[in-house]
Design a protein around this ligand. Structure first.
Ligand SMILES: C[S@@+](CC[C@H](N)C(=O)[O-])C[C@H]1O[C@@H](n2cnc3c(N)ncnc32)[C@H](O)[C@@H]1O
Length: 238
């Protein structure tokens, strides 16, 4: 499966839609302080409107949505604010990041997003088949390579039939750009080993987990990250 260019997949943006998006992003960024506000500005710069729009439009507008490895909660707050009928649960292993996310939710008055300290490698849905959508933005390559299959198997069990899973990661087939991503990951995490995969490997592991990919989007921001986003859904019984 080839990655479509982002522009082919995006709906046209009216000036009003773009203004709404920008106003929400500004509000979210302003709810953070200090260096995290700067990080948030960069992160929203790296994940552009067209991509957020794809994620937002593929996730159900209501019901349970999980944000795996939510970090400071930037995108969980965005997805929650877009549709108040969603119940967004952000999971992260880093309690300090989660405390920041909760404070921002409070400042923004967003009550349909909660942030829970959890290692996604141990996570199992409380109620199998209850989750409408789940996304992992630049998280799976931080987990050990052998952990991805187990995580995706439990994601599959947690999703409702037709439930959507969105994985945004990098495509390791682009070796020079992957070296750039590695450098950035080292600087941010302090670690040196990451589980990068090629686009073909991401789609294969999803398909093998009963989550056949529906859409693949490749995109570039102003930095040379080889971003790729895969939208998959749990296969129905029939
Ligand atoms: C590159 S950051 C991405 C944060 C957020 N998804 C975003 O796009 O801004 C990766 C996040 O994954 C979290 N993480 C890494 N391994 C994890 C694990 N096993 N369980 C839960 N969170 C994890 C890190 O703490 C970090 O917040």
């Amino acid at each position: 499966m080839d990655a479509d260019r982002l522009t082919r997949n995006s709906a046209p943006f009216t000036p009003e839609r773009e203004q709404d998006h920008n106003a929400l992003v500004r509000r979210i960024i302003r709810s953070y302080h200090g260096i995290i506000r700067l990080y948030g500005t960069l992160r929203f710069g790296i994940i552009p409107l067209a991509l957020l729009d794809i994620i937002d439009s593929r996730l159900p507008r209501e019901g349970l949505i999980f944000d795996f490895g939510c970090g400071f909660g930037l995108f969980g707050l965005y997805m929650a604010a877009r549709h108040p009928g969603r119940k967004v649960i952000g999971l992260d292993i880093d309690a300090r990041r989660l405390a920041v996310a909760r404070r921002s939710a409070q400042r923004l008055g967003i009550t349909n997003a909660t942030f829970v300290c959890r290692d996604v490698r141990d996570w199992t849905a409380e109620q199998p088949g209850s989750i409408g959508g789940l996304y992992c933005l630049d998280v799976l390559h931080h987990c050990p390579r052998e952990a991805a299959r187990g995580i995706l198997a439990r994601v599959h069990d947690g999703l409702s039939e037709g439930g959507v899973v969105i994985v945004k990661d990098i495509d390791a087939a682009h070796r020079i750009e992957t070296a750039f991503a590695w450098l950035m990951d080292v600087l941010v995490s302090g670690r040196t080993r990451f589980s990068y995969r090629t686009l073909g490997q991401w789609t294969e592991i999803l398909a093998q987990s009963g989550l056949p990919p529906r859409d693949v989007v490749g995109f570039r921001d102003w930095l040379p990250y080889p971003h790729v986003l895969v939208v998959a859904a749990k296969r129905g019984q029939g």
